[in-house]
Design a protein. Structure first.
Lengths: 227, 227, 227, 227
DNA sequence: GATGAATGAGGTTTCATTCAT
DNA sequence: AATGAATGAAACCTCATTCAT
């Protein structure tokens, strides 16, 4: 019970990696991977350049840690949610996506998606890591929900591998939009409205023939609002 | 007919800028702006580092020339097409977008969009140039078509400034998709099908109340194919 | 007494800027501004190229620091000496010039004068800095002594602005001579003799009509030695 | 008599070297040796870079040609004048110096002196050339006049090797002054007055004991004007 | 003779990484 | 554990010189 009572400097010490990860996430998202200088990361975290190397082997290792902390970890939570689920697959999909948005999409972590899109070609090792830890697990999760829904007769019989990108793409795009400043487009979408609209429409499309319309498929009444 | 018979090296000279622009476009799109080394551009064009500086003042100048050559020029053509148009605004919009896709979206130039999204924050001068020469002119063009359509009663009364990003965003996203290799998503969309579907749907939405359904608004018969 | 006992590398750190300034002064004077390579400066100071950039932003900054350290600082001291002076203006002028010679003219710093004369046209920013920090302050100092002497009736009524270059030019020339190796002229003047002769003659010329001849105006007895 | 009637382009051709030398002198004096780009020399002469290499082997060769054309040649003329002289040595010295000033000191060629002072250390081959062709011949000429004057009893018995730099230094300094823009000093001396004063004073000093005062030693009546 | 396109060594500057303290 | 001085590879850019036409 005394376990976490420590002198202040020691608590400080334990907090170091998190402070570094937060600083690194900020700068990576703001400037990109290559353009982020480790000295700036260290300074923003209030430590010296050398200290950073006490916690992370090198720049790549730091970046991987940022991805693990801000993306892979929530993804793991989503996988657990999926494993524990026992309700209707439409509700499950809705829940997973909304939680994902809250934990990742709405945070600075979303900027990682844009960053990887742009720079992955130059850093093969990072690309491999990202594909294995994020892309494939994320895709598998969505495909898993689809498979579950089809197997339980809650979704019409679609090919999960084909439908999966149709569901993931809008989420990715929304993440990019929300973290692009100038030259993407001034198109300031309202993320919650976009998500609601998109989910409503996608789930309507997944309703098996003969299943009753309305909840849990359709959440929005009447005609969708013209965005 | 002797007019264009020149000594070999002079013919080379005329071709050099285009060869360099092509090499630069390749590498900028492949690696990003900052990560592209001018020596590599030169080597890919088959010349030495110094030669590049005979034709372009510096890296920034080279990049601007690439953008002008591969994006601004087609945009200017689209502006002329718009000025010359005398048909129905729905057909005009369709024509402009499809030509844009052929001239830019389907070429490597589309990669520039992704690049600017990711790196614009680090290169203010490039951002300003890109905003003025590409973003603003492109936006003005789409808004112009909308204004024309509304004025001629061919589109329902929408606010062009509000509707404009709704039309441009899907095009931008498609360009990004088609030029992102690994970690965007394996989601390999069929660009022509995507464009047809998107245009069909967007124009249906712009049909004024009371105007006859079908052409020129709807081009695809019956229910849209499940993307 | 323990105050200045520091770890060895920290003592090094404090000494670094001075070591670098000394090396830079050597090389700037030896080769000129443009022809001095920073790598050589670093090597002469016993450090690597990158280390230099820990202490100075760039070449220009390094040069300015050299000028400040070796010229502006002694000039500031001379200004203080002038402000504190309470004796005869002839003695003041003699003292200021002899100290200037010891602190600057007889050191490698004198080479800076030659360097600026030759290269100032190519480096406008350096020229501005040098004019403001050296030329103008130096001229003002000499003019100030003249004004003081005239006001106190210790010099005949001369226009300080007109007489000032007459006094500064021989000093400048001597500095150039003493730091020009080959093709100025083999004319090896004896600096102390030159200074004594010049001062003696200049002060004789400044003696007001009616003032007693001899000290403090004339310091050298009888006919000047044939140089 | 038809000898110099040539087609225009051929006269042009013969003029090329002179045009290049003039352009090179301008730029060398303006920017220094190292900072002068051969492309700029060629452009100022109205030819292409390659053409320059038809007339001069390389930069060094061009510089030597400039020195020969603008300094060595007048020096050779002075040597002939000296050989032909039969008048009083005081008049001879006066004549030689004034002609030197008109042919060299008052022209842009005077800037070469400043340039060599500053950059000679970096270009040993140029230094050797300059020492042999200019410094030594010039010194020999002045020493020759002194020797002649002493031998003919027109100058008091001085050691020519000792007196020589006393005579050459003021001339050199005047050349430097007249071609230094900013950071030498604003001291704008009047060259003709400086020369007259200097010659008058120097020749007075060379008058043998017992020789009549006045011409040809003193040229200026009464007290020298306060410079 | 004349051209000017092409070259590539060499300079300044940046920054990930190391290591003595 | 923490520091921050030091390193050196690598990038951009310049310019004397060459050479095919």
């Amino acid at each position: 019970m005394q376990a976490d009572i420590k002198p202040r400097w020691e608590r400080r010490k334990d907090a170091r990696p998190q402070e570094l990860l937060a600083a690194a996430l900020d700068l990576f998202v703001e400037r990109g991977y290559a353009a982020t200088r480790l000295e700036d990361v260290a300074r923003r975290a209030g430590v010296s350049k050398g200290t950073l190397y006490l916690y992370f082997e090198n720049k790549e290792d730091l970046f991987k840690a940022v991805v693990r902390d801000s993306i892979v970890q929530p993804l793991g939570q989503a996988e657990l949610d999926f494993a524990d689920a026992d309700g209707h697959s439409a509700d499950l999909l809705r829940t997973l996506l909304m939680r994902w948005w809250d934990k990742v999409g709405a945070t600075r972590a979303a900027g990682i998606v844009k960053l990887m899109m742009a720079e992955s070609g130059n850093f093969p090792e990072l690309t491999q890591f990202y594909n294995e830890e994020v892309i494939e697990r994320g895709n598998a999760l969505i495909a898993g929900v689809l498979t579950r829904g089809v197997a339980r007769g809650e979704f019409r019989p679609v090919d999960p591998a084909v439908m999966m990108p149709v569901l993931s793409a809008p989420i990715l795009m929304l993440m990019i939009w929300c973290h692009s400043s100038s030259p993407c487009l001034g198109a300031r979408v309202d993320p919650r409205l976009f998500l609601a609209t998109f989910l409503d429409n996608a789930l309507r499309g997944l309703r098996p023939d003969g299943a009753p319309e309305g909840a849990p498929y359709a959440a929005l009444p009447g005609p969708l609002p013209e965005k």
